[in-house]
Design a protein around this ligand. Structure first.
Ligand code: PHE
Length: 456
């Protein structure tokens, strides 16, 4: 245990921006279009929105409760709320999940930095969609370039993490997040005004219910958890820095709505462009990286726009990397009594190793697969589709069954000073609806039973 005074985020805007800093990132802009394209467009969007509002919102509020009430790191929080029990395993699941997500997230963040540099060095004009696609394939399956950029992402993160919570995390998020939104909006507008854009627009907004199968539902749930940064304690860690007067219900609601909004904007940016340039929406992880360069190629001063866009995307990505890193660093620092700096060093080194393997698994290590997936895809699958939902489910069960309602309500209403109109509905949801829904979705698609049998 540490008795040092913990830092807090200052002010309402700072809290919202820091939380958006972790939530909004590659999940919304890179992963959402890619999942949506893989699972049929409009129908996926609809299920995703339902998952965010019905599961994401209550889980987020619950994590805020745990973090601010305990004022501790992800595992310590459970030790404070349920001393001497194994509930802290939820926290350990969070620490491991954060680490595994870092293993592929830093790689994709590195891609954004490379594209930022490319927009300075090479012109995006007069290239065909095939050329962009093959350039990306050569780049992402290479060795030196992707590893170099992954290293850069880790070094930048390391720098911000050791310069402290308030200065590092809050300040960068406050300025750059609003700028990113403006940019997304501009690009979305440009994308819908391309020729043949209507097809892509309809693809995103006209649900074809025939495409909703259990795989799509699981992916949409995973995407909701991933894009809200829930199910792994990131928000427990962040809310442990919230002040006592932060309105957590309001913050959760705003973050959920903005996160949906950004995902839709990313969809509007990507799908009309994909159809307009003849790129398959099912292209996979490279979707954003092969569609947008085409859009930039068609804009006056396209390279300048591209540079600003990739720079902002890199920032959105790195603010999320920071939050993932912070979960593991704070855990080591508070629970294992090592300095913040030392903890951060260990985490960065370990992430570098994991991320290098995952980056190389798209190229030279492609043959080595786990359950038929490359290491990169395996990390993405197991974290987003299994570990986050399981973490979220256990978090709801913990608070729903273990915490007195009176305490829960007092924390979420700031000791009765703000109202919580739907408190009983919320409490019912986290106790009964959310855990059952999550369990059903998981069992149905993954057939966890099947998976275990496969292992033996
Ligand atoms: N929510 C982040 C994004 O959308 C990713 C993330 C997941 C960050 C889990 C932290 C924890 O990019």
């Amino acid at each position: 245990m540490t008795n040092t005074v913990r830092a807090t985020f200052g002010g309402k805007f700072g809290v919202l921006m820091a939380t958006l800093g972790t939530a909004v990132g590659l999940g919304n802009i890179w992963r959402f279009p890619y999942m949506c394209g893989a699972h049929g467009g409009g129908a996926f969007l609809l299920v995703f929105i339902l998952c965010v509002l019905l599961l994401g919102l209550p889980v987020m509020i619950t994590e805020f409760f745990i973090g601010r009430h305990s004022q501790r790191n992800v595992t310590g929080a459970f030790d404070v709320l349920a001393p001497g029990t194994r509930w802290n395993l939820i926290g350990y699941n969070g620490v491991i999940t954060s680490f595994l997500i870092l293993g592929f997230y830093t790689v994709v963040s590195g891609w954004t930095l490379d594209y930022m540099l490319q927009s300075v060095l090479y012109s995006f004009e007069n290239k065909t969609a095939e050329e962009f696609a093959s350039e990306f394939a050569v780049f992402s399956s290479g060795i030196v370039r992707p590893l170099f950029w992954t290293l850069m992402v880790i070094l930048i993160t390391q720098f911000v993490i050791i310069s402290g919570v308030k200065k590092g995390i809050e300040r960068s998020a406050k300025i750059l997040m609003p700028l990113l939104f403006v940019f997304l909006l501009l690009l979305a507008i440009r994308s819908i005004t391309l020729s043949n854009a209507g097809v892509g627009f309809r693809y995103l907004f006209e649900p074809d219910f025939g495409k909703i199968d259990s795989a799509a539902i699981l992916s949409a749930m995973g995407q909701a958890f991933f894009s809200l940064s829930i199910g792994m304690g990131c928000l427990i860690t962040y809310s442990s820095y919230f002040g006592k007067n932060t309105n957590m219900q309001e913050t959760a609601f705003q973050v959920n709505i903005i996160s949906i909004f950004v995902a839709i904007l990313a969809g509007i940016m990507v799908f009309p462009a994909a159809f307009s340039f003849g790129i398959q929406p099912t292209a996979g992880a490279e979707l954003v990286f092969i569609t947008l360069p085409n859009v930039f190629g068609q804009l006056p001063w396209g390279n300048l726009w591209a540079f600003i866009f990739y720079a902002l995307l890199a920032v959105a990505a790195i603010t999320s990397v920071i939050s993932l890193h912070e979960v593991v660093t704070l855990y080591l620092h508070e629970e294992h009594h090592i300095t913040r700096k030392k903890a951060a060093n260990y985490v960065s080194l370990a992430v570098l190793l994991l991320a290098s393997i995952s980056s190389l698994s798209l190229g030279v290590l492609k043959e080595y697969t786990l359950f038929g997936l490359t290491f990169f895809n395996f990390l993405d699958y197991i974290t987003a589709k299994i570990m986050l939902p399981v973490g979220g489910m256990m978090t709801c069960i913990f608070v729903g069954y273990r915490i007195e309602k009176k305490i829960l309500k007092a924390e979420l209403t700031n000791e009765g000073t703000i109202p919580f109109y739907f408190f009983n509905t919320y409490a019912f949801f986290i106790k009964y609806i959310a855990p059952v829904a999550i369990a059903l979705i998981l069992f149905y698609e993954i057939g966890l039973v099947n998976l275990i049998m496969k292992l033996f």
